[in-house]
Design a binder for this molecule. Structure first.
Ligand code: NI
Length: 185
């Protein structure tokens, strides 16, 4: 089942998501549905708050980028209760988009390397380092669990220039090809 995608303006996207209990019911089904939603929406990552669930879970699949970055060939992962330990390396700029901000793309600066601790879908704990595109996607998705969106990193000027686009999203005046959750009236 595909979830409708929560978009800018929904207060849930600004909340700090809650940790997931190992025995919480229905988690596998949620993960299945999130994969389906992400692939249908052409996303490379999807965080639970983007489908209306305020829990600390996101998934990524950057394997299509493996032609350019061979390290990405196994970059299909589920992150449960992740904790970023540190970010290091040189900061670089990438043009980012987000399923929760349809029709907006902006240059965002982030550090290259992220060291992260997380549980996978079988609740096995891992600690790993990701860099380049993988590190980028993880930092973006992780932010969603803390109520942060990539537009928060923009200069006041860039933000001002986006004001009408953001207002359109918040008022449901965008029509991406995937289903979005109707904004609260
Ligand atoms: Ni996003």
């Amino acid at each position: 089942m595909k979830y409708p995608v929560t978009v800018y303006g929904d207060p849930l996207l600004r909340k700090t998501a809650k940790k997931i209990d190992k025995d919480s019911e229905g988690l596998n089904e949620i993960i299945e549905n999130m994969w389906e939603t992400m692939y249908y929406s052409d996303g490379v990552g999807l965080a639970a708050p983007q489908v209306g669930l305020s829990i600390r879970l996101f998934l990524v699949d950057g394997t299509t980028g493996a032609d350019e970055e061979p390290e990405l060939k196994d970059f299909k992962k589920v992150f449960i209760n992740p904790e970023i330990i540190e970010t290091t390396g040189e900061e670089w700029v990438m043009n980012e988009g987000c399923l929760s901000l349809p029709e907006i793309r902006e240059d965002v600066t982030r550090p290259d390397v992220v060291r992260i601790k997380y549980f996978d879908e079988n609740f096995i704990e891992h600690e790993k380092e990701f860099k380049g595109f993988a590190g980028r996607v993880i930092q973006h998705e992780y932010d969603h669990l803390d109520g942060v969106l990539f537009i928060d990193y923009l200069s006041p000027l860039r933000k001002r220039l986006l004001k009408s686009k953001l207002s359109n999203i918040a008022h449901g005046k965008v029509r991406p090809h995937y289903r979005i959750k109707a904004p609260a009236k």
